[in-house]
Design a protein around this ligand. Structure first.
Ligand SMILES: Cc1cc2nc3c(=O)[nH]c(=O)nc-3n(C[C@H](O)[C@H](O)[C@H](O)COP(=O)(O)OP(=O)(O)OC[C@H]3O[C@@H](n4cnc5c(N)ncnc54)[C@H](O)[C@@H]3O)c2cc1C
Length: 549
């Protein structure tokens, strides 16, 4: 910023300063003030204005003032001093901008490293390895308490890792492998990549039962086995009790703590595996078939302009640039749950890659098998293939619990400690003996829910893999605390047992996981193989780097 001082003899008039206003020079014509009299004075002022213009600065414009006659005005400028001041100001501003941008990048990098670290651990854990010991070891004298974890994915595997040293842990899943859901959209175009996105479920420190949970009693989880030929030792390890021969493919797993990490359904097949894909071979067949359907389709419609819809459209547009691809969305923006800049960038990328986006088109019905979509307006649109990406469906735990534990969308309601609220369970009717109880009022085991399977009314977190893992951290911590209250221990071990806490002071989400009232928002939107948008809280960066991340 430059200012001109106006001199009237020796008197620097305060009036002039009072009348002065800051006028941006960039892109504006700047008239010399009428008070400028002589040619020499004009030259000085012209020069000053030139400096200000070239420096994108502002200059103080002096209003006409009748008290200063045109001949009495006397301007002088000390260009060298002002130039120095300008440089100093520039230097300070540049340093400040550099510092801010450095902090900004540092935060992004920290977020990226944190997220990558979590995912790395997930992969290691899925392979039965671990970077750190899995929580507190068993210290009691009696048998270890039984923890049954339903779901071997982000939340379930995190809990398995944290609890398996101390508890008798059994993981139940419909399949014997972990599949990395955030990466599966590329399998629509590159099904041969499945091997890079999966790993076997762990069996080293916990039991694995491959089967579909069908109901929950206050003391047992009922599971229909998916792989009858599985080694009996794995199932026996879970201390299951076989039911009578009419149900010989069913086992009852007793629990002291039941952790529901079974996720939610997704309307677009085959994004979530089903019980008929319990082995990797079956799953590979499914993805190969899905890729063939897409490859041979004349045109494609993706319903839903959220994270999954736009990523799928991106994969298709990049792999099949000549295929007519349309995204149908109800609102006027894409990825509306994310910062607006993300939606704008996604829109630009899709437009550049020839994807047509149909905004303001709320959908009433999708019949993917018929390639048909009916809009709320009554209009029906068709396409060779339709992918329904309108978000998560009902919690997979909905059919296991009483309706009083569910919200209107079928999600399991939990309190801040992630315990299921009002778990009125179906009676087993099996006459099976109860396992050791926790001395809880209900007389049964304790039930928690985490990840996509549950809803915590006071929480607005996006349903993400990383959030599911944070949920599991809190659940594991609370299971440890509850067990510390119940575990019979010798006097010698008393001092070594971790701090005993009353149930009323159990850890709450997210504070117990991240030490703050809100969890960090870290996620990446991938559009094809070379473009991504990374979001860390309010910070958004786009381009190749996020795509690599
Ligand atoms: C296409 C897509 C892309 C995504 N991209 C990202 C992303 O980039 N980043 C991100 O952080 N998040 C992403 N998400 C969200 C993320 O995948 C989920 O939030 C996360 O998987 C939830 O983990 P979870 O452990 O709660 O449940 P899930 O991952 O859904 O796992 C549930 C497990 O339970 C098993 N199961 C379910 N029912 C039963 C039953 N009755 N009996 C036995 N086993 C059962 C299932 O087989 C499964 O293994 C994406 C989701 C989708 C659908």
């Amino acid at each position: 910023s430059l200012s001109l001082s106006v001199q009237n003899g020796s008197d620097r008039a305060a009036d002039v300063e009072g009348d002065a206003e800051e006028t941006p020079l960039v892109g504006k014509a700047c008239e010399l003030p009428a008070v400028v009299a002589s040619t020499e004075e004009k030259c000085v002022l012209e020069e000053t204005l030139h400096v200000a213009r070239s420096g994108h600065g502002t200059v103080t414009r002096v209003h006409d003032n009748p008290s200063y006659g045109s001949n009495s005005a006397d301007f002088s400028t000390d260009l060298s001093t002002r130039g120095l001041r300008l440089q100093l100001v520039r230097g300070v501003v540049t340093s400040a901008v550099f510092l801010l941008s450095f902090i900004d990048h540092l935060m992004v990098c920290t977020g990226v490293l944190y997220h990558s670290g979590l995912e790395c651990i997930t992969h290691l854990r899925a392979r039965g390895l671990s970077l750190t010991p899995g929580g507190i070891a068993h210290q009691g004298q009696g048998p270890r308490a039984k923890v049954v974890i339903l779901g071997g994915s982000f939340s379930g595997l995190r809990a398995q890792r944290e609890l398996s040293r101390r508890f008798d842990v059994t993981v139940v899943d419909i399949k014997d492998y972990f599949e990395y859901t955030p990466g599966v959209l590329r399998l629509f175009t590159q099904p041969e990549n499945l091997g890079n996105l999966v790993s076997p479920l762990p069996t080293a420190r916990s039991n694995l039962v491959v089967g579909e949970a069908t109901s929950v009693t206050p003391t047992h989880l009922k599971v229909r086995l998916c792989q009858r030929g599985r080694p009996a030792s794995l199932i026996d390890g879970a201390c299951s009790q076989k039911l009578p021969s009419s149900e010989d493919d069913t086992v009852m797993l007793p629990y002291d703590y039941l952790l529901l990490g079974c996720g939610a359904g997704y309307p677009c097949a085959p994004i979530k595996p089903t019980s008929s894909e319990s082995t990797l071979t079956c799953r590979q067949d499914t993805w190969t078939a899905a890729a063939t359907t897409l490859r041979t389709a004349a045109d494609v419609m993706v319903v839903g302009g959220g994270l999954v819809g736009v990523e799928l459209a991106g994969e298709i547009a990049e792999a099949y640039p000549s295929k007519r691809t349309t995204v149908v969305t109800s609102g006027g923006a894409l990825c509306s749950a994310l910062p607006p800049r993300v939606g704008v960038a996604v829109r630009k990328w899709l437009a550049k890659h020839g994807v047509n986006v149909r905004f303001h088109s709320p959908v009433e019905l999708v019949e993917a098998s018929k390639g048909l979509v009916r809009l709320c307006s009554g209009e029906t649109i068709t396409s060779s293939v339709v992918y329904d990406c309108r978000g998560n469906g009902t919690s997979k735990a909905a059919s296991l619990l009483d309706a009083s534990s569910l919200d209107s969308r079928g999600n399991v309601i939990v309190d801040e400690t992630l315990q299921v609220i009002r778990p009125l369970l179906y009676s087993s009717g099996s006459g099976i003996e109860c396992p050791r109880t926790n001395g809880l009022a209900s007389g049964g085991g304790q039930i928690f829910a985490m990840g996509d399977a549950m809803v915590m009314p006071s929480c607005t977190d996006l349903k993400l893999g990383h959030t599911a893992e944070l949920n599991a951290d809190v659940v594991a911590e609370n299971v440890h605390h509850l067990e510390s209250e119940n575990e019979p221990i010798s006097a010698a071990l008393e001092s070594e047992v971790p701090m005993r806490r009353h149930a009323a002071s159990l850890g709450k989400y997210p504070d117990a996981a991240v030490g703050a009232p809100i969890a960090p928002r870290v996620f990446c939107v991938s559009l094809g193989e070379t473009y991504g948008i990374l979001v860390f809280n309010g910070i958004v960066i786009e381009g190749l780097l996020p795509a690599i991340v």
